[in-house]
Design a protein around this ligand. Structure first.
Ligand code: ATP
Ligand code: MG
Length: 458
């Protein structure tokens, strides 16, 4: 039996979790604010705290370090309505052991508790309150949420990270997110493309050269390992490295030093190394093409990005985010997209992953003369997809505007939280007055029965 303290300003959540956990034989206390939680902890000495983020007074993120310092060894699971990468990363960096989204899925909750209570002492994550990434990645799929967690866990450590995944899945974006969430986010982030150049040039690109080191070396050049001093070096397409370069890279990783071409003295490097590849490196190791010792050095941490076709639930969010980005870039205001187009975007397999989606949207916006994307603006391989076995005829009434999606999404969220507006606002990350205006605008009202009770909560 464990002692579990639940800290949440929402009485209903506290009671539900308390009943559930006591039913499992745990000893449970509840508190409705950080301060009350700290006070109760003095008597109760919890092993585990289940901590909400948004609360009146101190937020859970502010309270987290206080709990950790007053209760050494305590485990913390953060529950929050935020879905974005930044808050996941921040919670993990502040020392949370795990992270659960509202509305709470009780199986996920049980699994998280079980996992944490089994962990031994002394495995706590480093706490830090570094400023956070502004580089946003979109993703609501389970796989992407796990990736955001991992980014938060590894960002502050110097461990080498190997990012794998098909072309266009976001490997470089993950590398940048790790850098931006790390110790020195304003330090250099230097990219080396290991596939692009011939060997001598690659070597001098990475390590630099002295004047006259080889034909054409008319002046001394500083290498990227030097440029990445106090920052991150991102070795893209690492699978393409020649055996000689593999040996040289191993030396940098093992001994933190390298020698520019034609130089007598070795230089030191403190750059954090992140590598990426879209080939299966362990197969390359098996075929004798890639050094096994280097492979293990590189993948101290492995982050694998699944292809977009295996996380289709991310497509909608990506379409919205990418359209926003593209409108900005092209100075356009394309705000609508037909249902037919959306269905095709959902149904298509995206062999080129997020990059292909971004390119398709970019071309469609460029070709589109109105504020609405229709199926004709997408290439044949996408538009030709038979959705549900038959191609729907295009007609204007089938168009879904982003506004209609917005309305449907707001209604969906309100239903999820039983029309509890405060919680809906947290999930939607909007203010209460704004939600009220949108409910009026979209003519959304609670179903009979829910109405009277929830009316009073704003
Ligand atoms: N989860 C995401 N959210 C928002 N944008 C994304 C996401 N994943 C990828 N992108 C965008 O898709 C494009 C491709 O991403 P990126 O360059 O990181 O892929 P990659 O895996 O490095 O591809 P390649 O193997 O072709 O180099 C970029 O414009 C990136 O901003
Ligand atoms: Mg890339």
């Amino acid at each position: 039996m464990a002692r579990i303290l639940i800290v949440d300003d929402d009485f209903a959540i506290c009671r539900t979790l308390q009943l559930h956990l006591s039913g499992l034989g745990q000893s449970v206390e509840i508190a409705h604010s950080v301060d009350e939680g700290l006070q109760k902890s003095q008597q109760f000495h919890p092993d585990l705290i289940v901590l909400d983020i948004r609360m009146p007074g101190k937020s859970g993120l502010e309270g987290l370090p206080e709990f950790k310092s007053s209760l050494p060894g305590v485990r913390v699971i953060v529950i929050t309505a935020f879905h974005d990468m930044e808050s996941t990363i921040e919670a993990m960096q502040q020392g949370a052991d795990d992270y659960i989204h509202k509305p709470i899925d009780i199986d996920e909750f049980d699994a998280a508790i079980e996992k944490i209570l089994q962990k031994g002492e002394g495995e706590l994550v480093d706490t830090a309150s570094e400023s956070l990434s502004s580089l946003s990645m979109v993703g609501h799929s389970r796989a992407m949420k796990e990736i955001f967690k991992t980014i938060g866990l590894v960002a502050m450590s110097p461990a080498t990270v190997l990012i794998t995944g098909e072309s266009g899945t976001g490997k470089e974006l993950v590398a940048r997110a790790i850098h931006r969430s790390g110790n020195n986010p304003d330090g250099p982030f230097v990219v080396v493309n290991c596939a692009a150049i011939v060997e001598t040039l690659l070597e001098s690109d990475m390590f630099g050269h002295e004047k006259g080191a080889f034909t054409g070396a008319v002046a001394k050049q500083v290498g990227k390992f030097t440029l990445a001093e106090n920052g991150t070096i991102f070795l893209d397409e690492i699978g393409e490295l020649s055996p000689i370069m593999q040996a040289k890279l191993l030396r940098v990783i093992q001994h933190k030093e390298f020698t520019p071409l034609g130089a007598k003295e070795a230089l030191r490097s403190n750059a954090r190394i992140i590598a990426a590849t879209n080939v299966n490196l362990s197969e390359e190791v098996g075929r004798g093409k890639f050094r096994e010792d280097l492979f293990y050095r590189l993948q101290v941490v492995n982050i694998h990005l699944p292809p977009l076709r295996e996380r289709k639930e991310d497509i909608m969010g990506l379409v919205q985010a990418l359209l926003g980005r593209i409108n900005n870039e092209l100075n356009r205001k394309v705000t609508h997209i037909t249902t037919e187009s959306l269905n095709c975007l959902q149904a298509y397999d995206w062999p080129g992953n997020v990059r292909e989606l971004e390119n398709a949207l970019m071309k469609a916006v460029a070709m589109c003369s109105t504020d609405s994307l229709s199926i004709d603006q997408f290439p044949a391989e996408i538009s030709g997809i038979n959705v549900g076995g038959q191609r729907e005829p295009f007609h204007a009434s089938g168009a879904t505007s982003l506004q209609a999606m917005e309305k449907a999404h707001i209604k969906h969220v309100l239903d999820l939280v039983d029309w509890h507006r405060g919680r809906a606002c947290e999930i939607l990350e909007i203010s209460r007055p704004r939600l009220r205006r949108m409910m009026l605008q979209y003519d959304l009202s609670p179903p009979p029965g829910v109405a009277a009770e929830k009316e009073s909560d704003d």
